[in-house]
Design a protein around this ligand. Structure first.
Ligand SMILES: C[S@@+](CC[C@H](N)C(=O)[O-])C[C@H]1O[C@@H](n2cnc3c(N)ncnc32)[C@H](O)[C@@H]1O
Length: 246
């Protein structure tokens, strides 16, 4: 199980960050194609955004794109000092960015009620349920009244996967368990997409949620997506070509 100690030692010292995480975008033909083909279509209704909080930016693979749409303040929080130091340097040209190191649990150093979008992708899939139990109530407090959180997390516990856990997914997390924590913390789940990340089974999920006092509370939409990697291969085969034009 990828607990906090595993995450800390993996990302803060053991992992070779020479490629800044770009290597994880190969199935999409690069991070630019993955952003515009996979992430932007899921997020575009919330962009541009005033203030954005990114949980676990790593070496800034998504920060680089997100900053194009931030009109106010960007805050990134990561448990790895190596990642935070790298992002501070990489994005030093942007005056509106703040990168903070945390213990993998506390968001006390982040202002409450400020963020119109909370984003986390390809990071909290390695976070066990106990981490989400601590993070979710805090994320709801960080959101502005009409803000939304888009969080990529594990669905391993529901996936029925019999293959080895080669992607180091948190094994005790399911989309349903995540939604239950959101509801118990006083939030509202807008959408959940369960998806087959690099596998046949739907080992991952995206959850989009908001505060229960948001002015519009859409009925919860559940999407079961077994074509996530097919989407990736189409993006790689077709769209990524456009990202190579100089
Ligand atoms: C696989 S990397 C992905 C980084 C980035 N999101 C990307 O897609 O390139 C995982 C990141 O999550 C961070 N991380 C893991 N668990 C965390 C936690 N509980 N709180 C904050 N950061 C965490 C790690 O330090 C690392 O930077």
């Amino acid at each position: 199980m990828p607990d906090l100690a595993w995450n800390k030692s993996c990302w803060d010292s053991d992992y070779d960050w020479s490629w800044r995480g770009e290597e994880w975008s190969e199935a999409w033909g690069g991070s630019e194609a993955q952003w515009f083909g996979c992430l932007y279509p899921r997020l575009h209704r919330f962009l541009p955004v005033e203030n954005l909080l990114e949980i676990a930016p790593g070496f800034g693979r998504w920060t680089r794109y997100l900053l194009e749409y931030v009109q106010g303040r960007y805050t990134g929080v990561d448990l790895s000092l190596a990642c935070v130091d790298y992002c501070k340097e990489r994005f030093s040209g942007s005056s509106n960015t703040t990168f903070l190191v945390n213990d993998g649990l506390s968001l006390d150093s982040v202002e409450d009620g400020l963020f119109h979008l909370v984003f986390s992708f390809d990071s909290l899939v390695h976070a066990n349920l106990d981490v989400h139990q601590v993070y979710i109530p805090q994320l709801l407090r960080k959101l502005s009244q009409n803000g939304v959180a888009f969080i990529h997390h594990s669905n391993w516990a529901k996936s029925g996967s019999t293959q080895g856990n080669v992607h180091h997914r948190a094994e005790d997390v399911s989309a349903a368990a995540y939604a239950q924590i959101v509801q118990e913390a006083g939030g509202h789940v807008i959408l959940q997409e369960c998806l087959n990340w690099g596998t046949e089974e739907k080992i991952d999920a995206f959850t989009l949620f908001c505060r229960a006092d948001r002015s519009v509370l859409p009925e919860t939409l559940l999407i079961e997506n077994t074509d996530f990697m097919r989407e990736a291969s189409i993006i790689r085969a077709v769209q990524s070509g456009y990202t190579k034009i100089s």
